[in-house]
Every structure is written in C-alpha cells, then in structure tokens.
Design a protein around this ligand. Structure first.
Ligand code: UD1
Length: 325
C-alpha cells in the first residue's frame, strides 16, 4: 500500500480527498496546523500530524522518517478579499511555504506532487470557457501566489527527472460528502453556497449579493460549481496518472457550465425551503464576472467524469452538512 502525505488534510477539500485516497487503498498521513481545519475531519485510519507548513524542521523530520510516494498539497490561504488586504500573508503562506515543501520533496526523493491551484490564475478571461492553454493573468494576490507556485513546480520538474506533478486548477468547490461524514467546516468561510446555507438556517440575517451590475444575463457573477466529492476523485486519478508514468500536467477542475449568484440563491432556497432575505450590495474587490471551465482535457486524459453535476444535489449536501454543524 503506498503512503501519501496530505497537507491541509483537516480542511475542506483536503479531508474529502484524504477519504477518497483511503477508499482507494492508500495509506494517508495528514499534516495540518488546524488553523482552519478540524481534527475530527481526519477520519481513521488516516493519521494526523499537527504542524505548520512554515516549520520546515518538523516537515523535514517527517519526510525523513516515513517513505511517502506522493505529496498532496492543500494547505494554504484561499480568501480572495483577504489576499487583497494582506498580500504578504498570502505570499508567505502560499508561495514561500509551497516552495519549501517542493524543495523538501526533491530532497527526500518523493516522486509525485499534486498541487491545489485555482481558476483564479486566469483572472478575467475573455472567452466564456477557459482551457488550460488560456492565458494566465491573475487579478488578485491570491491568484498570483498560486500561479507563482505553479511555475516553481514546472521549473523543478524540468530540472529533476524523478519528480513529476499534477496541478489541479479548481473552479468553485461546493457541497459535502454524500454520506454526511465530512463537509465544509471552516469558520468564517466566505463561499457563496455555504453562506447561503447559513442564511437559510438563520445563522446570518441575510445574504449579500456582491454586485448586480455585471455584464451577465442577470447582472450577477457566473461561476462553475463543482461537487467536492468529484474533485476528490480527480486527485486520486491524478496520482494514478503519475504512477503510470505519464508526464506532468495541468488540469481544470469544473463541469463546463456556470450559474449566476441569483441562480445559486434560488437553488439553496429551493432545497432548504427557506426564503431567506437577500440584499443587493456593491461589487467585492477582485471578482471576475464569469469564470467557467473547459473540462475536456481532464475528461480525455484521466477519464474523469463528474458524478454529482447537479446544482440541487450540491446545494442540498452543503445545506445538510451546515445543519449538522
Ligand atoms: C472561489 C474560491 C477561490 C477560488 C475561486 C476559483 C472561496 C472563498 N474562494 O472564489 O479560492 O480560487 O473560487 O474560481 O471559495 N458572493 C456573493 N455573496 C456572498 C459570497 C459570494 O454575492 O456572500 C458572490 C461572489 O462575489 C462571487 C460568487 O458569489 O461572484 C462566488 O463567490 P465565492 O464563493 O466567494 O467564490 P469565488 O470568489 O468565486
């Protein structure tokens, strides 16, 4: 059974991926500082090592003691407006820490690296659907810190023959484990579907729509919402792809169609059967109007297919999880 390290595995996407890896037969060790993740999200038999990514000495010892076949790197900061206000935190947590982790992976001869990147690297695309070949032009510090990390990985793989990577560019991840074991538990999360679920549960007085004057059919931003369980599956396939000896690659992770903020609100209101109040508010900093994936490459190359591509299923699983919290 090969052993893998999952940084940020107590967090939202990391915990769902750790579960998918275990269900496929991998031995999982999670490394997480529990700043936004929760120990309860690390389900047995995965082991949790509590530690900070900036603590390179602890990481170095861990990588020396255990023989990992791959690193899945989720740990990082992900809130776009926060990255605009505090860019140095993002360059430290995302770019610097990732560079150190890649250096340690090479030093300890860990052959495979699967990296959580983001559709934010595309910035404001001028095509309705972006492919992996679309120009990268991030418009906020968050996207830039992730793009720089992508470059570090690409340059490292050129220089080191025995090191290969998959970069997954996530679109808007939402929903929760269909069996209700884990979900999005991050305190103060800003994700639209989570915030809407909280409004439906009266944990927020209202939901604010950030901008109603965009050049889109209903004036609100359009995003490609992908179920977290389908995204977790993409990670497992990425490792198998590298284990089969395929070349390093970059894949978009989305379904290829988008929903507006208003459509998402209607979906959450429908599944929760609660007409929570909605307030039309000014635009938020750093939001592109439309961001939708072209998922052709991941489908053709890794035979990935979305099994939960249904906005009501996504909204219902998120809402049910929010109810449990
Ligand atoms: C999300 C991710 C980001 C990822 C990006 C890729 C989060 C916090 N951010 O960004 O890491 O790189 O996808 O595309 O998950 N909105 C409202 N009201 C709210 C919350 C959101 O109107 O209370 C709107 C936003 O302005 C945006 C849309 O809903 O237009 C989605 O927002 P959000 O869920 O925060 O995700 P992104 O910012 O798209």
């Amino acid at each position: 059974m090969s052993k893998v390290l999952v940084t940020g595995g107590a967090g939202y996407i990391g915990s769902h991926t750790a579960l998918a890896l275990m269900e496929t037969g991998y031995e999982v060790v999670v490394y997480d500082n529990l700043s936004t993740g929760r120990a309860e999200a690390v389900l047995p038999p995965a082991r949790l090592v509590v530690g900070d990514l900036a603590d390179t000495e602890q990481l170095d010892r861990l990588l020396a003691q255990e023989k990992f076949q791959a690193i899945f790197h989720f740990a990082g900061s992900i809130v776009v407006p926060e990255s605009v206000e505090n860019p140095l935190l993002y360059y430290q947590n995302n770019t610097n820490n990732t560079t150190e982790l890649i250096r340690l992976a090479v030093h300890h001869a860990i052959p495979h690296f699967i990296f959580s990147s983001t559709a934010a690297v595309y910035g404001m695309p001028d095509t309705p659907c972006v492919t992996e070949k679309s120009p990268t032009n991030p418009i906020n510090p968050y996207g830039r810190t992730k793009l720089i990390s992508e470059w570090v990985l690409q340059d490292t793989a050129v220089a080191h023959n025995n090191f290969s990577f998959v970069i997954l560019r996530y679109f808007n991840v939402a929903g929760a484990d269909p069996l209700g074991r884990i979900g999005q538990s991050t305190p103060n999360a800003t994700h639209l579907i989570k915030v809407a679920s909280q409004a439906a549960l009266k944990r927020r007085s209202a939901l604010h729509i950030f901008g109603t004057d965009y050049d889109t059919p209903d004036g609100t931003c359009i995003r490609d919402y992908i179920h977290v369980t389908d995204l977790a599956k993409a990670h497992v396939l990425s490792l198998q792809y590298l284990e089969q000896g395929h070349a390093s690659n970059i894949f978009n992770c989305g379904y290829g169609h988008g929903y507006s903020v208003r459509e998402i609100i209607r979906a959450v209101q429908k599944v929760s059967q609660v007409d929570f109040p909605v307030i039309e508010s000014p635009r938020r900093a750093g939001d592109p109007p439309v961001l939708v994936s072209d998922p052709t490459l991941i489908g053709q190359t890794m035979h990935w297919q979305g099994e939960h591509d249904d906005i009501h299923e996504i909204a219902l699983s998120a809402y049910k999880w929010e109810m449990r919290l």
